[in-house]
Design a protein around this ligand. Sequence first.
Ligand SMILES: Cc1cc2nc3c(=O)[nH]c(=O)nc-3n(C[C@H](O)[C@H](O)[C@H](O)COP(=O)(O)O)c2cc1C
Length: 183
Amino acid sequence: MNKKRVCGLTCIIVIAGLIISGVIIVNLNSAEIVRDVVINNPDGSTGTVFVVFRPGLTGFNEGVVNEFIRGLVDSDWRVEVTTSSSVTPTNVTGYDLIVLGSPTNGASPHASMLAYLTRVDFEGKPVVLILTSGGFGGAGLDLFRNATIDANGVVLSAMQFAIYEMDAGSRAYTAGTEVSLEP
Ligand SMILES: Cc1cc2nc3c(=O)[nH]c(=O)nc-3n(C[C@H](O)[C@H](O)[C@H](O)COP(=O)(O)O)c2cc1C
């Protein structure tokens, strides 16, 4: 086989590989992820938190959200956790605080989170937003904030963590320990 043909064949294999990887990533990323509500620290005396998050492809969003939850539990909150999906509970009457965690996808929160925010009514309760990103994140945090306000939530704090930030976990843990509903 001559040099030209080898180069052409290599190019075709590389391009096909990229297209197949892209299709796999898009499909995995848009798949519905349903998890039961898990209760942490059931006897927590500070108050009850409802955490809804979208587990992503790298585990970064879940890791950051888990560190935030660890901070909440260390401050004696009862924490109920589930994923954003078509069956995420929309009755938030029993909760004192809502926490939403989502990766950035196309400069926006994940579609499953935005869909949840169109269904739920937060009844004026405080909401903490945790957005993770691969880079700058663009308008993602503003879109997250606006969709939460449209769902009748009061944004208590809105945090963003980029995947290359080495202190993301410790920052999230500290933020979890510092949550206060006092005015
Ligand atoms: C389909 C897709 C689109 C993404 N779009 C963006 C983006 O627009 N801006 C950005 O900063 N990161 C983007 N990212 C990176 C993710 O936000 C980042 O990897 C994620 O927050 C890491 O957490 P996770 O893997 O647990 O979801 C994108 C990732 C995927 C898979």
